[in-house]
Design a protein around this ligand. Structure first.
Ligand code: HPA
Ligand code: ZN
Length: 330
């Protein structure tokens, strides 16, 4: 039995496996520019975040109908359940779909068909986080939040993703203020490729409660002290960092130093269909390559529940954490 955990940094479009992409393309009468899944997999060699995003946006064009989004989410939930996930807070990128003429309702209600039944079907509680694309305009983000208003009962929070450098958090001050006024939780990608200042800005200007990646905080001692003092969770994605060349090799990953510094780190998969593994695979990889002790692995799992948006259900959070404490490694 795998270590129980929450996954807090997972782009649902990044769970689109080549086999499902080809199946959805066929179902929707679309032709992909790759001959087959093998040829597509050969394209999964990335130089940096942008080279990944180019493929990520191209492949997700096979997602057209509610059924497509439901199938995508169910495929992820089944894999996550097999790797010990008890709770998943799932990002989606509506602007990438709206731009292709797919309605907000198709995306959200399609995902919800899987998420709403996830506890019964997969034993996983879920939350949905709407991400704004930071390489689109602030006005587009505001229009996207507006389009989401009929579906807010399905949405727990907002986030910020896509190409980071040159798109500082301050660009999205207004939409994050509007989201907060609607009672939405706030997170943002910061310090993946962007500088430590983007992390500070995400906290101070956007009011985020959690930082996605946040890796580059390690370049600023005062920022690390602040993140420790304020117990700001970081959602790290080790295999993603290797594939997008944020770190040279997994053995160079700063996770052990971050834990030693007292940071509230979590381990997640980001875009598991593209980066070589789901969240359990990320745990296994850091355990092996970074020599993490069982106590450290338990700490990461405990942190994932502490960092999750389960405030409405403290009894559930306590139950998940008790499972972690009772877990024995085989
Ligand atoms: N970083 C930024 N944007 C993204 C990512 C990521 O790792 N995955 C999907 N969108
Ligand atoms: Zn991400």
């Amino acid at each position: 039995m795998p270590l129980p955990k929450a996954e807090l940094h997972l782009h649902i479009e990044g769970t689109l496996e080549p086999e499902l992409a080809f199946a959805l393309a066929a179902r929707n009468g679309l032709t992909l520019p790759w001959a087959d899944t093998e040829e597509l997999r050969h394209a999964y060699r990335f130089e940096d975040l942008q080279s990944f995003l180019n493929l990520y946006y191209e492949l997700m064009t096979v997602l057209r109908t509610e059924q497509d989004f439901e199938d995508l989410a169910n495929a992820y939930l089944a894999r996550a359940a097999a790797q010990g996930v008890r709770h998943a807070e799932i990002f989606f990128d509506p602007q990438a779909h709206l731009a292709r003429g797919v309605a907000m309702g198709t995306v959200v209600e399609g995902l919800w068909r899987a998420l709403g039944a996830s506890e019964a079907n997969h034993g996983i509680s879920t939350a949905l986080i709407l991400c704004f694309l930071r390489d689109e305009s602030a006005a587009s983000a505001l229009a996207t939040l507006d389009a989401a208003k009929p579906h807010l009962d399905r949405i727990t929070g907002v986030g910020l993703d896509s190409a980071e450098v040159g798109h500082p958090p301050v660009k999205f001050r207004e939409v994050f203020e509007a989201a907060a006024a609607l009672g939405l939780r706030r997170v943002a990608h910061a310090g993946e490729e962007g500088p430590p200042e983007y992390i500070t800005e995400a906290l101070d200007v956007l009011g985020v409660e959690r930082v996605d990646h946040g890796l580059r905080c390690m370049e600023d001692g005062a920022l690390v002290e602040r993140l420790v003092r304020e117990r700001i969770p970081l959602t790290l994605c080790p295999l993603s960092n290797v594939r997008l060349r944020t770190v040279d090799t997994l053995a160079d990953h700063p996770l052990p130093a971050m834990l030693d510094a007292g940071l509230l780190c979590t381990v997640n998969s980001d875009d598991p269909a593209y980066f070589g593994g789901y969240v359990g695979d990320n745990f296994d990889a850091v355990a092996e390559r970074l020599g993490l002790t069982e106590d450290r692995l338990r700490e990461l799992a405990r942190n994932s529940f502490l960092a999750s948006f389960l405030e409405h259900d403290e009894e559930r959070r306590a139950r998940y954490i008790a499972e972690v404490e009772a877990y024995t490694f085989s």
